[in-house]
Design a protein around this ligand. Structure first.
Ligand code: MOS
Length: 754
């Protein structure tokens, strides 16, 4: 029976009331803080063995020797998996049948393509025995000089960039635009390799039962992982059950199943027993993705009124020698500023590193720190306040596509953020502000933007005989609060209280919730849940309004609303009937319906869809020592309907901290001679601690975007990174007068010039 109304046409919260918009605490919070939330590595099935990876200490060459005998004779070692004895695979791990496949190192041969590549797996009765067994392997190598950095010879222009954009986009003539400019800048910015460093390492517990496989492993994309495993082992996807209820962070690195996770499954197959494999921290620097380094040249022109005439953004970045993911950095210039001439282009070099992968705000993070620095530089060249310059030049219509924005509250973000920060007191010139101790103070601004994406997803909703609800979708909670926000959406869609709703998620036997990535998970899984609930309410309304015995008889499907597990007549709310009663009278033990996310929706052909924001940062710099301290930052963001203000604030804060980290802290240092990462640990790979981010303030600007999806949801997971990195970099310039174009900004960049 098709419901006569589409319950998605009016916003769910207006219809049903209660849950969307509430600052509920995380539903899984108590489980987590009491240690009762099971993470993958907490599982210990009977008979389980421990697998430990042996990884390459060279970055390019071949493995010529492994002392398998010594490792196998170590007490407790059960077996050693090498290219010689690994179980056969049904698919070449180097094959790629769709762009969302990551080529994997699964011991297919003796070749070494990057440092930390798995070269063997030792399986033992204890973790200690497996770890010691690895040391017995004493590998020998035939090593070649690694290709590292961005100056290697072999480069290519990729066929597509990011989510399918062409590698080069040119609108009008940037050379002519630069020629007519009154002021120009031509500057090159460099960003380093970065690693996701989720606190929970990639981990897997794999149990085979004949040709059926049961897996506990963190995943941001259960259905994709299931399909990849099915292909590699030649078994139907439904034979594979993956549980991933909780992730200790992901940031993109758990979006596609990684080689080490598959090696855990292979090890279990080899020994015929359950196997656990957990990456050591340093082993996460190679086989599980990273953010590639970039070198970006920005040429920007403005006329004598400070209006942009040309924007040329060229990004050179790196991919591995055997796969093609890279950072779509120049795409950041597609959408923000209304230059009449815009060109973006990409070029990729091949280096002996693990393949890069999406990492929180891929492309936007790297691209926007360069773009926002360049905008600051051209504003300074024009002697215009950098916020005023942005307000003069931000795009009202997406410049590269020509489409209007589905909504754009950027101007209000600028205004509200500036007011909260106190921006109007900012002197134009650098080095004008000092605190009582003589520290130089600088203020910087950056514009934030991130596309409002949506993917395909499915969900199922059930009302049981007692009137309680069940909703199911295989969503992924990597700490962002999906269990909570999605349950809020589901409860409103179904018209039941959260207390009477069972929310099932985090498992591959549930309907596919798509990938938790691209800041699209709440919109994607949320719309599927909402639509499943709405379809079920439609069925209940059909049952009641067509039955003479119901107080709702004759009201028609559009004549009722759903709330608190009941349907009410719209024109007379004293007349209502509970879901339990409707089912009972119809003699049904339960009623179910399914919903999907309707992505991509047709409005995407007509509108450019993005979230926006503005970030303001203050730094203090020691004029003698060059030490930089972020002292405060304010971010104002417009991101559509806010499902849960508490969780959204946390996501935006987290993104802003990533931005601070980008500008001041994070860098993986590659040794040019060995190709190894010298700081593959959390002690030397710097990220901000609390003392580095003492005072952050987040404002959300109300925004109703009816085009992105019927609930008006945009993402908040990644946008916080994009404005913040540039704001901090620009604040350092304003404090010191020194423009640092290589990130992270170091003390040594400032101490000499000051
Ligand atoms: Mo994210 S990089 O979309 O997990």
């Amino acid at each position: 029976m098709t419901p006569e109304i589409r319950l998605t046409e009016t916003p769910a919260h207006a219809r049903h009331g209660s849950n969307i918009g509430q600052s509920l605490t995380r539903r899984d919070g108590i489980l987590k803080v009491t240690g009762k939330a099971p993470y993958a590595a907490d599982h210990h099935p009977p008979g389980m063995l421990y697998a430990v990876l042996a990884v390459s200490t060279v970055a390019r060459g071949r493995v010529t020797f492994l002392d398998v005998g010594a490792a196998k004779s170590h007490p407790g070692v059960v077996d050693v998996m090498t290219p010689v004895n690994k179980p056969p695979l049904a698919e070449d791990p180097d094959a790629k049948t769709n762009p969302f496949m990551f080529r994997l190192d699964l011991l297919q041969n003796d070749r070494v393509r990057y440092a930390n590549q798995p070269i063997a797996v030792v399986i033992a009765e204890t973790l200690e025995a497996a770890t010691e067994g690895v040391t017995q392997l004493s590998p020998g190598y035939e090593a070649l000089a690694p290709r590292v950095g961005l100056d290697t010879d072999e480069s290519f222009v990729p066929p597509v960039v990011g989510v399918g954009n062409p590698a080069v986009i040119e609108r009008s003539d940037v050379v002519a635009g630069l020629a007519t400019a009154a002021r120009t800048i031509d500057a090159t910015y460099e960003t380093p390799p970065q690693y996701h460093n989720a606190i929970e390492p990639h981990a897997i517990v794999a149990v085979w039962d004949g040709d059926r496989l049961s897996v506990d492993t963190p995943s941001q994309g259960l259905a994709l992982a299931q399909a990849r495993i099915a292909g590699l082992f030649g078994i139907p996807p439904e034979n594979i059950h993956i549980r991933s209820p909780f992730l200790g962070g992901g940031f993109g690195s758990k979006g596609l199943i990684s080689g080490p996770q598959i090696l855990g499954i292979m090890a279990a197959k080899l020994v015929g027993r359950p196997v656990k494999l957990v990456l050591r921290r340093e082993q996460m620097y190679g086989p599980v993705g990273h953010r590639a380094p970039t070198r970006q040249r920005l040429r920007v022109g403005a006329d004598d009124q400070g209006i942009l005439t040309a924007l040329d953004h060229h990004a050179r970045t790196a991919s591995s020698t055997f796969d093609d993911f890279f950072e779509p950095a120049a795409d950041a210039s597609h959408t923000l500023y209304a230059s009449p001439a815009i060109k973006t282009s990409h070029e990729v070099v091949r280096v002996d590193a693990g393949t890069p992968l999406f990492m929180r705000a891929p492309g936007e993070a790297t691209g926007s720190i360069a773009l926002e620095s360049a905008i600051d530089e051209i504003a300074w060249a024009c002697a215009i306040d950098p916020l005023d310059f942005r307000i003069k030049n931000y795009a009202e219509v997406e410049p590269t596509s020509g489409k209007p924005f589905s909504s754009k509250a950027l101007r209000e973000c600028y205004a509200r953020g500036a007011e909260r920060f106190g921006w109007s007191k900012r002197p134009l010139e650098p080095r004008q502000l000092r605190d009582a101790d003589g520290f130089l103070i600088g203020w910087g601004v950056g514009t934030a933007t991130f596309p409002a994406l949506m993917f395909q997803a499915q969900a199922r909703a059930v009302i049981r005989a007692d009137g309680s609800g069940v909703v199911e979708t295989g969503a992924h909670d990597m700490g962002q609060g999906a269990w909570t926000a999605l349950a809020q959406i589901a409860a409103d869609g179904l018209g039941v209280d959260l207390e009477h709703l069972e929310f099932r998620s985090g498992s591959s036997d549930l309907p596919d919730a798509g990938i938790a990535g691209g800041s699209a998970h709440t919109a994607t899984a949320g719309m599927a849940l909402h639509n499943a609930g709405a379809a079920l309410v439609g069925k209940l309304a059909d049952l009641a309004t067509r039955d003479e015995r119901s107080p709702l008889f004759g009201a028609g499907n559009t004549g009722v609303i759903a709330r608190d597990g009941r349907l009410f007549r719209r024109d007379d709310e004293t007349r209502s009937e509970s879901y339990a009663n409707i089912l009972k009278r119809a003699g049904l033990p339960e009623l179910e319906a399914r919903g999907s996310s309707d992505a991509p929706n047709s409005a995407r052909a007509d509108y450019a869809m993005h979230a926006h924001g503005a970030v303001f940062a203050e730094v203090k710099v020691d004029p003698d020592l060059g030490q930089i301290r972020l002292t405060r930052a304010v971010g104002a963001f417009a991101a559509g309907r806010i499902i849960n203000p508490r969780l959204v604030r946390s996501q935006l804060l987290g993104g802003m901290i990533w931005g601070v980290s980008f500008a001041l802290h994070e860098e993986a240092v590659v040794d040019r001679h060995s190709g190894r990462i010298m700081n593959a640990n959390l002690a030397e790979y710097h990220v901000p601690v609390n003392a580095d981010v003492p005072c952050l303030d987040v404002l959300t600007v109300e925004e109703h975007d009816s085009h992105v999806n019927p609930l008006g949801i945009k993402g908040v997971g990644e946008i916080g990174v994009t404005g913040s990195a540039g704001a901090v970099a620009n604040a350092v310039w304003h404090a010191t007068g020194v423009r640092v174009r290589r990130f992270p900004i170091r003390i040594s960049d400032l101490v000499t010039p000051l």
